[in-house]
Design a protein around this ligand. Structure first.
Ligand code: F6R
Length: 358
């Protein structure tokens, strides 16, 4: 296939450097290395040896999605519930037998700081995951362990540093978790996939660049083919928002067959600007696979385009992160094609400023 002239931008290193001065594409390419480093970061953190009866992950935006991935990764095997909280308040049940991860990359996000204070007051086992800020100060004063993540990154680009310590710590506290070999598989696979989907692989043979081209001017609708992959669909949506500066939405099978599929009937003649992206996984199950097929026939024929992206790898961690990598790359490519600088998220900073935050 011959690349179109827009896509040539993505094959031109100098153009990429000019359009991406914050180096977001380079950070996305480091996902595999960060996965291995993040796993090691909490290997010898001093912890009280208690096995919690519930795990809460408090965090917003790019610092919250690690909690959702933890939930997905533990769901098939763990005997305790994992709940993610994106708000100021924690559920009332939080107490001495609850493990609370307070995750804020900057350490200054007010919702997460408020949740941290509640967890501390309730006597929960608290672990702070942060690069510094007020969170690190409170945790040190209160005697809670702190996982220090490398500073100076956009929080959303630090995802493995915010996720992997949670997996390591839950494993160390006796909650079923990923193994060393699953982490090695994921890290190596992400490195290989960067060769296939990264900027060095030219447009004509690079599916991530092709999908970014197909999404130009479109409204992306990202569907996970099973509920286990919900966090990945959400990550795609938020990366499209923050990196590409476009509106997007996400949902997951089978739930979307009970409501959202009806919405596709809304406009006669179809929705030419809607582009459905189906995130597929070989563990999605035969019933969900059939649902995807039926939904394509009945509803998604009204979309301007439909694309499918399959997870890669064997272990669940590798499969989840392979799709995260693909989506992160697409979001940066789409930004570059549209002339948007992927790194700044000025509105988020402005809202924090107006709220009087740090
Ligand atoms: C910025 C980003 C945001 C932040 C969020 C919370 O890259 O992704 O969603 O993650 O505003 O801030 P932190 O992560 O510092 O707690």
């Amino acid at each position: 296939m011959r690349p179109n002239r827009y896509l040539m931008v993505l094959d031109d290193r100098k153009e990429i450097a000019r359009l991406d001065p914050g180096g977001m594409l380079g950070l996305v390419q480091r996902l595999g290395a960060m996965t291995a480093d993040g796993w090691d970061a909490a290997s010898d953190l001093a912890l009280d040896p208690v096995t919690p009866r519930a795990v809460i992950v408090s965090g917003m935006g790019g610092s919250g999605i690690g909690g959702d991935l933890l939930r997905a990764l533990l769901a098939p095997t763990a005997a305790v519930p994992v709940i993610t909280v994106r708000d100021y308040r924690l559920p009332a049940f939080v107490g001495r037998d609850t493990l609370v991860f307070a995750c804020s990359y900057s350490g200054n996000t007010e919702e997460t700081l408020a949740a941290y204070q509640e967890a501390h007051a309730a006597g929960a086992t608290v672990v702070a995951v942060t690069s510094g800020g007020a969170m690190a100060g409170f945790a040190v004063t209160d005697g809670h362990p702190v996982v220090r993540v490398p500073p100076g990154l956009p929080p959303r680009a630090a995802l493995p540093y915010m996720l992997m310590p949670l997996l390591r710590i839950t494993g160390r506290l006796g909650i079923d978790c990923v193994t060393d070999s699953e982490v090695r598989e994921a890290s190596a696979l992400l490195g290989d996939l960067v060769m296939r989907w990264g900027p060095e692989r030219p447009s004509g043979e690079n599916p991530a660049k092709s999908l970014a081209a197909a999404l130009q001017g479109a409204f992306p609708v990202v569907y996970a083919s099973s509920s286990l992959f919900e966090p990945v669909a959400q990550r795609w949506k938020t990366q499209l928002n923050e990196n590409s500066k476009v509106f997007a939405c996400w949902n997951a099978f089978p739930e979307l067959n009970h409501n959202e599929t009806v919405g596709w009937e809304g406009v006669l003649g179809g929705h030419p600007r809607l582009h459905a992206v189906l995130l597929r996984d070989r563990g999605e199950g035969v019933r969900n696979a059939l649902r995807v097929k039926i939904t394509r026939d009945l509803s998604l024929r009204r979309a301007g385009g439909v694309s499918e992206v399959w997870s890669q790898g064997t272990g669940l961690l590798a499969r989840l992160l392979s799709l995260v990598l693909f989506g992160d790359l697409v979001s940066v490519y789409l930004a570059l094609l549209g002339g948007a600088d992927p790194t700044p998220v000025e509105i988020i900073s402005e809202i924090k400023r107006r709220l009087g935050g740090r």
